[in-house]
Design a protein around this ligand. Structure first.
Ligand SMILES: C[S@@+](CC[C@H](N)C(=O)[O-])C[C@H]1O[C@@H](n2cnc3c(N)ncnc32)[C@H](O)[C@@H]1O
Length: 255
């Protein structure tokens, strides 16, 4: 069954989701069961209110990559109520992953996600970091974080490109890193899609232009020497509408 039609969230429904799950007749069978927690979140999305989760179909594209690539490190930008953190964190643990970091701006969403991740029995592996992702990314860098095997970008669409560039600058993207971006058709993200396909020469040219126009704002310039191989993979939103995730594998770095 599809989710209720897409609409604005953050109107209290996330706390209602938590109440729904806490008082669910199957609550006790959800303990340490990522599948049962995900089923309950989906039940809320289909019977109560829309939730802005990646959903099972696009989610399966990502879990397949996790099971094939067996990443040791994964960072997600945009946790929301933890659906993707539970779906991907479960696969990540099965594949031998060590630390799954999930960044979330909104304290209410982060707290709902923490409770659901713990209910699913994934709190030893999934860490939810609250705050604006640019601050969290810089703080992780200061703490010594290096390249991630997988980066999943699923927060504010207009910020995808700037956040990818910041990850590049901080050394979080290296040859071998797979960057996955959600919602690449609905609504789509032309600037991001162009960047991951541009040649290093074009990116260097843009970088010089951006440097000149940078001003006072917190704008990242990226690393134009990284080269990606990018594929768009279609999958439906939980509402049933067509969408896609974009998989950009960093295949090398030019000199
Ligand atoms: C589409 S939802 C994430 C869905 C989640 N990945 C899933 O599939 O279950 C986007 C989330 O990004 C968060 N977000 C938006 N801007 C952010 C920022 N600057 N830093 C961290 N999180 C942000 C929002 O609060 C929202 O919870």
């Amino acid at each position: 069954m599809p989710y209720k039609p897409e609409e604005e969230c953050n109107d209290g429904r996330e706390t209602e989701l938590l109440q729904f799950i806490r008082s669910h007749p199957q609550y006790s069978s959800m303990k340490n069961s990522p599948e049962a927690v995900l089923a309950a979140i989906d039940e809320f999305g289909t019977t109560k209110d829309f939730l802005m989760n990646v959903g099972q179909e696009k989610g399966a594209v990502v879990t397949k990559i996790i099971s094939e690539q067996k990443p040791k490190t994964l960072i997600e930008i945009g946790c929301y109520v933890g659906f993707s953190a539970i779906l991907f964190g479960n696969e990540f643990r099965k594949a031998g992953g060590q630390k799954y970091l999930s960044l979330e701006l909104n304290p209410t969403f982060a707290s709902v996600a923490r409770e659901l991740v713990a209910l699913a029995g994934l709190d030893q592996i999934v860490e939810i970091i609250e705050g604006p992702c640019r601050e969290s990314l810089r703080s992780l860098h200061k703490q010594g974080a290096g390249a991630f095997d997988i980066i999943f970008i699923d927060h504010a669409k207009v910020l995808y490109l700037d956040e990818l560039k910041l990850c590049e600058e901080l050394g979080f993207v290296r040859p071998g890193t797979t960057v996955i971006a959600d919602d690449m058709i609905l609504p789509g993200n032309a600037a991001y899609s162009a960047y991951v396909r541009d040649s290093p020469e074009l990116k260097k040219q843009h970088l010089e232009e951006n440097k000149a126009n940078k001003g006072e704002g917190d704008m990242s310039l990226g690393n134009p020497y990284l080269i990606y191989e990018t594929t768009l993979i279609h999958g439906r939103e939980p509402t049933g509408r067509d969408d896609a995730v974009e998989i950009s594998w960093c295949k090398g770095e030019t000199l």
